[in-house]
Design a protein around this ligand. Structure first.
Ligand SMILES: Nc1ncnc2c1ncn2[C@@H]1O[C@H](COP(=O)(O)OP(=O)(O)OP(=O)(O)O)[C@@H](O)[C@H]1O
Ligand SMILES: [Mg+2]
Length: 332
């Protein structure tokens, strides 16, 4: 297809020692898209990125970037990509500007051109004021922004971001998202990124592939993926804890899929909120359980992951109700 910029086909990577880090994945990224690989630790995200950036050789499969094969024409691929690795890449002992200059000179820009480009990019990521400060004095967010700018030095067509906001606080993460959006708008480039933050993938990506144990378990726009979650969730915060009898009665109502409860919160999974909410509230009133408030839980990519893998995102345990409750609490 004409619009495809990155094409990964039946990619497999087995590390020496036998770890099958990438297990036959295929995906295509279109021009101008933000495409995210979302997955837990060890899913194979970085391995995939390193193969796309030509830093690592695949065991088998095909990867093309801008029409060039990463195996046969790695130099051509490197020319058109920018890469921001997961591990810190800026030099602590240099200033932001010096880091940029170094990067630009490595790409063969003349000194004056390197300088012009560096200053322009530092300005774009909001680091103009801090350009002459040593990187070791930067905050985590400033550092990540510098690295983002470093990845753009060679005016890439495809920008590859491996965990662009890893370890940053929520505020700085949202800040970085804004810069990423702006970079894409102003430079009309294609972005492939990895993340294990669900909200990040949801907020930034045009399309997401959820990757687990080296395989893509599901792919689509965040909206498509969330709409595949069956059922809707109603949360009812009660004055007093509802007893078992009430819970049993709720569970037998038509269109109720599942009910559970922690302390004074009843969580009800239903086929449709519209067709069940009145019946549920009437029942609760009849049973004299006072209601404090009601809320609707929106489907998240986390639920998509659970639905497709049968386990939680951050650990190996199968999903059981205790784990569900722990997450559900965190989310409130
Ligand atoms: N150089 C290596 N040699 C052997 N095994 C490796 C090597 N690099 C990664 N692995 C293994 O390959 C698997 C995938 O690792 P990878 O770094 O690609 O995952 P990831 O999705 O980027 O994880 P994270 O979220 O922790 O960054 C893991 O089991 C990891 O331990
Ligand atoms: Mg990684």
């Amino acid at each position: 297809m004409i619009n495809t910029v990155v094409e990964v086909e039946n990619l497999v990577k087995i590390y020496p020692g036998g770890v099958r880090a990438v297990d036959n994945i295929s995906f295509k990224v279109r021009k101008g898209e933000i495409y995210s690989l979302l997955g837990p630790n060890g899913a194979g995200k970085t391995t995939t990125m390193k193969i796309i950036t030509t830093l690592l050789k695949p065991t088998s499969g095909r990867v093309n970037v801008g029409g060039y094969s990463v195996i046969e024409e790695p130099q051509k691929v490197r020319k058109i990509i920018g890469y921001v690795p997961q591990d810190l890449s800026a030099d602590d002992e240099l200033t932001g500007l010096e880091n940029m200059m170094l990067q630009a000179r490595l790409y063969g820009y003349s000194k004056s051109e390197a300088r012009r480009r560096s200053i322009e990019l530092l300005e774009m990521v909001g680091l103009k004021e801090a350009a002459d400060k040593l990187v070791k004095t930067y905050s985590g967010g400033m550092r990540r922004r510098l690295e983002l700018a470093m990845g753009l030095v060679n005016e890439p067509e495809v920008l590859i971001l491996d965990e662009p906001t890893l370890g940053l606080d929520v505020q700085s993460r949202i800040h970085i998202w804004d810069y990423i959006r702006r970079i894409i708008r102003e430079n009309s480039i294609t972005v492939i990124m990895t993340t294990h933050y669900m909200e990040e993938a949801d907020s930034l990506s045009d399309r997401v592939a959820i990757i687990d144990r080296g395989k893509i378990v599901v792919e689509g726009t965040p909206e498509e993926l969330k709409s595949r979650i069956s059922g809707e969730i109603i949360l009812i915060y009660t004055e007093n804890e509802a007893d078992k009898q009430v819970m049993d009665k709720i569970s037998t109502l038509k269109d109720v899929i599942d009910v559970d409860k922690i302390d004074k919160v009843i969580r009800i999974k239903v086929n449709s909120i519209a067709s069940t909410i009145n019946k549920i509230l009437n029942l609760i009133e009849r049973e004299k359980v006072g209601v404090k408030s009601i809320s609707i839980e929106k489907p998240t990519l986390e639920q998509v992951f659970i639905e497709y893998t049968g386990r939680m995102f951050r650990d190996e345990e199968p999903v059981d109700s205790r784990r569900m409750i722990a997450i559900w609490r965190r989310r409130r």
